[in-house]
Design a protein around this ligand. Structure first.
Ligand SMILES: [Zn+2]
Length: 442
């Protein structure tokens, strides 16, 4: 490990300024709980709260620190500093600081400079954005940056899964399959009580009438549904809490209660399970989906390790992260059996026994999972009027006014993104340029 740190991480942060102990002030104290925060330079909590989630995925962090970009330094002046305008190098530098800095928080200005808006300008730090939107753009850019490096497959290996969308003809019974890659599984919150309810609705599907079947060429009813095909090592779930409303013609925050378990089993919503139970032909459209029938049952089992919380309304709010920090080397192996064949699966799956932290901008503090998770993350039917449910999940004008003036930021607090780690992890592939081939790595 020491050798690893020296080789990959020290060069990244050679210019770290050590806190001057004799000038120590409480406001400029060092890192707490052995974790470093990120300074919110304006409204970038959507970004820094997700960067902490990515950093704490061990497979991602350590492989990323090995991804070297050989292009020459591209120095540019930005707000009085000379910054290397290279997203990959700035991300590695940020991770290097989070790994080793003795400061309380790292200033992500160089990262914000290298992470460009669509018009090519540096991140507009005063603009509030959506953390799922950030994830999508960030992964897309990073994928391009990783292409020439040994870590070309990293994002796919760690975060990518596939869904299978099916059209099932109600007349001839044949199935049309379409496989779709995802980097986060997006689930409907409105009208669902939790993850399992939402997935079960997705797997049940909807009837589309008067559809022209590819197989029997008749105008028929088809069922359109979506199943989980193969699943990633680290599953990121997006909860659709910010939705466009046709009543108000703007985005609304849905803060209804939506539950998610610490131990998640997705088998019931999988392609393999449904196709086995229903005896439908998988390869009716000529695509070979046989590999999806060989997925191991363990590959559907996950434990919760991270929650990205959003507080506020669709337009005014704040993001922070709750993260299990007992990961990687500190994590129990759920698959290793002792002499009597007993595994640590039960202990591994009980994440409430792990150490959790709140990563809220510069501040990192303890999080009491058992006591606080439901209140922090499940949301609530906050606007339930007496004698019945209210029609809209949107905030009323009075609530908005009270939210904006209170400063307490407790309205609309609920999980927006979830991070789950799989029980059995696939190997990663890295490119060995010396051997000119791909090699497997854990
Ligand atoms: Zn048909």
């Amino acid at each position: 490990m020491a050798e690893y740190l020296e080789q990959y991480i020290l060069p990244l942060i050679k210019d770290v300024e050590r806190p001057k102990k004799w000038k120590h002030q409480p406001s400029a104290r060092g890192r707490v709980h052995a974790h470093c925060g990120l300074v919110n330079l304006g409204c970038i909590c959507y970004m820094i709260s997700m960067l902490q989630q990515f950093f704490l995925v061990p497979q991602f962090r350590y492989q990323l620190l090995k991804a070297e970009d050989d292009t020459p330094e591209n120095l540019a002046e930005y707000k009085g500093d000379l910054i290397d305008d290279n997203l990959l190098r700035q991300l590695r530098r940020l991770f290097g600081y989070l790994e080793l800095s003795e400061r309380q928080a790292y200033d992500p200005k160089p990262f914000c400079f290298a992470f460009k808006e669509f018009d090519g300008s540096p991140t507009k730090i005063g603009e509030q954005k959506d953390s799922q939107e950030f994830l999508n753009i960030f992964f897309d850019r990073l994928e391009t940056q990783l292409k020439p490096t040994s870590q070309r497959h990293l994002l796919r290996d760690v975060f990518a899964g596939n869904q299978c969308t099916q059209l099932i003809c109600q007349s001839c019974g044949k199935v049309k399959n379409r496989i779709e890659l995802f980097y986060n599984l997006s689930l409907q919150v409105k009208g669902s009580t939790g993850i399992y309810d939402s997935l079960s609705k997705m797997a049940k599907g909807q009837t589309i009438e008067d559809y022209n079947c590819d197989f029997c060429k008749e105008r028929v009813n088809v069922i359109r549904r979506s199943l989980l095909a193969d699943m990633p090592n680290t599953l990121i779930v997006h909860l659709q809490r910010i939705v466009f409303s046709f009543d108000t013609l703007q985005n609304d925050k849905v803060n209804a209660r939506f539950e998610f378990p610490s131990l998640l089993n997705l088998k019931d919503y999988s392609f393999k399970e449904r196709m086995t139970k229903e005896q439908l032909g998988a390869e009716d459209d000529g695509e070979d989906l046989s590999s999806l029938m060989n997925v191991d049952d363990d590959d559907y089992i996950y434990r919760l390790v991270g929650v990205n919380v959003h507080v506020g309304t669709a337009d005014h709010g704040h993001y922070y992260s709750l993260i299990d920090i007992q990961r990687g080397a500190a994590e129990l192996d759920p698959n290793a059996a002792d002499e009597e064949g007993k595994t640590k699966f039960k202990e591994w799956s009980d994440v409430s026994k792990d150490s959790w932290k709140v990563f809220d901008d510069s501040v990192v503090r303890a999080f009491f999972f058992d006591k606080d998770l439901k209140a922090e993350a499940f949301g609530e039917a906050s606007g339930e009027a007496e004698g019945g449910e209210r029609k809209s999940d949107a905030m009323t004008d009075a609530e908005l006014a009270s939210f904006l003036t209170s400063g307490a930021q407790t309205y609309g607090k609920s999980a927006y993104m979830l991070v789950y780690e799989r029980k059995s992890k696939k190997n990663l592939h890295e490119i060995s340029f010396e051997a000119d081939k791909e090699v497997d790595t854990k």
